[in-house]
Design a protein around this ligand. Sequence first.
Ligand SMILES: [Zn+2]
Ligand SMILES: [Zn+2]
Length: 136
Amino acid sequence: MERFKDILKASNLKSTHQRLAILECIDTHGHIDIETLFELILQKYPTMSKATLYRNINDLLAFYILEEVKLPQQKQKYEIKKVPHIHLLCSQCDTVEDIFVETNALFETISSQSGFQIQKSFIVMNGVCKRCLSKK
Ligand SMILES: [Zn+2]
Ligand SMILES: [Zn+2]
């Protein structure tokens, strides 16, 4: 909670209970779509409307506190903005994991081979997660 208060403060955004609840919920789930988030927020704030949720999400996106996660064949999800990372998408249980690995060398190879200047990247690896593999 304190961590998010500081993050909001750094962006000059008010630390409302609603914003903190939204951030906390997204943080707990890692990656979450708006419908699931709305259901969870309603358990805590039964009076919150979807419009209010969207407005808050848009504010948090505008200040780069949240980030959109667009995964193939999945509903759009949101996550707390982190350092650049790679997404591991499990084809069996649909969970998304973050993996933090150094990508500079890869990007340099791509740039030198193609002459393409990379500004932004979104990398997804499709496969089967550790949990699903251990079930077999
Ligand atoms: Zn899995
Ligand atoms: Zn992520």
